[in-house]
Write a protein that binds this ligand. Structure first.
Ligand code: NI
Length: 134
């Protein structure tokens, strides 16, 4: 059985590599390389897979999951500049892929190992990544 909790956060970022030339950064990252940053309304889905607890009827208490997502992801990334404010991305390009991996690892450390976790992140309505540890 899989259950899901959704969350949103707004963050600014810039995609670039300091070890690349301006020309190469522009060629690869285009508008996302804007030196003055730009924002996204990220939508996150955290899917938890496990057995239904016969006592509660829950796979996981979604209120508890909501609080973990708030503490680990929302408080950390919402209304932040990912490149500047978040040490997780000091040396890591804040692509949707990397945000998903960082978020997964943060959640994985707080959620019981008996559950499998999968995470979907919408950077735009049409650009979505999914990560489940691979
Ligand atoms: Ni962007």
């Amino acid at each position: 059985m899989k259950v899901c909790r959704r969350a949103h956060f707004n963050s600014a970022h810039r995609l670039f590599r300091p070890d690349w030339s301006d020309e190469k950064n522009n060629a690869i990252f285009g508008k996302c390389n804007n030196p003055n940053f730009h924002g996204h309304n990220y939508q996150l889905e955290v899917w938890i897979e496990g057995e239904i607890d016969p006592e509660t009827g829950f796979v996981i208490d979604l209120k508890i999951l909501k609080d973990i997502i708030k503490d680990e992801i929302i408080e950390r990334f919402d209304h932040r500049n990912l490149n500047i404010d978040c040490p997780e991305f000091k040396a890591l390009n804040p692509t949707a892929e990397n945000i998903a991996v960082v978020s997964y690892n943060l959640l994985r450390s707080k959620i019981d190992k008996k559950y499998d976790i999968s995470l979907k992140l919408w950077e735009t309505e049409n650009n979505i990544v999914e990560y489940s540890g691979k």
